[in-house]
Design a protein around this ligand. Structure first.
Ligand code: SAM
Length: 226
């Protein structure tokens, strides 16, 4: 099977060079830095302290590009951006505010602007491991239901598409710190289930020179602001 990575898939479907791009839930800021290298003017918003700290540590000269905010309440004027991206972040917005987060994306986009939303599919071996800590099946369904409101929110929606990607963790500790870093509320469950999660991580992941790899499926939407 052919794989792509999350950043390449953005570039394959959105023209980013010279564009002002807002990355909602930017995590450690990998996409922000990647976009800047490709000639975009990116800003990330991130509400997780640990993730924002990682972004600032990786990119200390551009601290102003990482804003402490949530997707459902964006601190930007109307019609500020050409592109808004959500990479695995929409399902982290509180369930009853996911539609509001998309309405906020619509508000801060210029007419004709693009909202690009990638969401992981709750299936596969990686999901078998992560669900021991946090089963995201339902919240991901809610995120898809929110995207289904695109037309009512003032977006034109192309057909939803998908790709598969590979995610590699240097070791179990790297996996654990990623899982808890993106949602600190998972710490207690990780504490309780660590041994079982570690066993399943090694059972389901494919070990290689770089660490342990999981294949996962991603669905993505490209919405255009009318
Ligand atoms: C799975 S991570 C993805 C991070 C990054 N986009 C990436 O692809 O590596 C989800 C991110 O959404 C963030 N998040 C949590 N609540 C959010 C909210 N209400 N609005 C926007 N992002 C949120 C988390 O802090 C976390 O960094």
């Amino acid at each position: 099977m052919t794989h792509t990575n999350d950043h390449d898939n953005v570039a394959a479907h959105v023209d980013v060079a010279g564009q002002q791009v807002l990355d909602v839930g930017c995590g450690a800021g990998g996409l922000v830095r990647w976009l800047r290298e490709r000639g975009a003017e990116p800003v990330g918003v991130e509400c997780g302290d640990a993730m924002r700290a990682m972004a600032l540590e990786a990119d200390p000269d551009n601290a102003l590009d990482y804003v402490n905010a949530v997707g459902q309440d964006l601190p930007f004027d109307d019609a500020t951006f050409d592109v808004v991206t959500f990479i695995y972040s929409l399902h982290h917005v509180p369930e009853n505010e996911m539609v509001l987060a998309l309405a906020e994306a619509h508000r801060v986009l210029r007419p004709g602007g693009i909202a690009y939303i990638a969401e992981p599919v709750a299936a596969g071996l990686g999901h078998q491991v992560s669900r021991l800590i946090d089963d995201e099946t339902e919240v991901r369904e809610h995120a898809q239901a929110a995207i289904d409101q695109a037309d009512a929110l003032g977006f034109d929606r192309a057909t939803q598409r998908s790709y598969t990607t590979l995610r590699t963790y240097a070791d179990f500790e790297a996996y654990e710190s990623m899982m808890v870093g993106i949602d600190p509320d998972r710490a207690a469950a990780m504490e309780t289930h660590r041994d079982a999660v570690r066993d399943l991580f090694h059972e389901h992941g494919t070990a290689g020179d770089d660490g342990v790899t999981f294949e996962s499926s991603v669905v993505f939407d490209v919405l255009t602001k009318r």
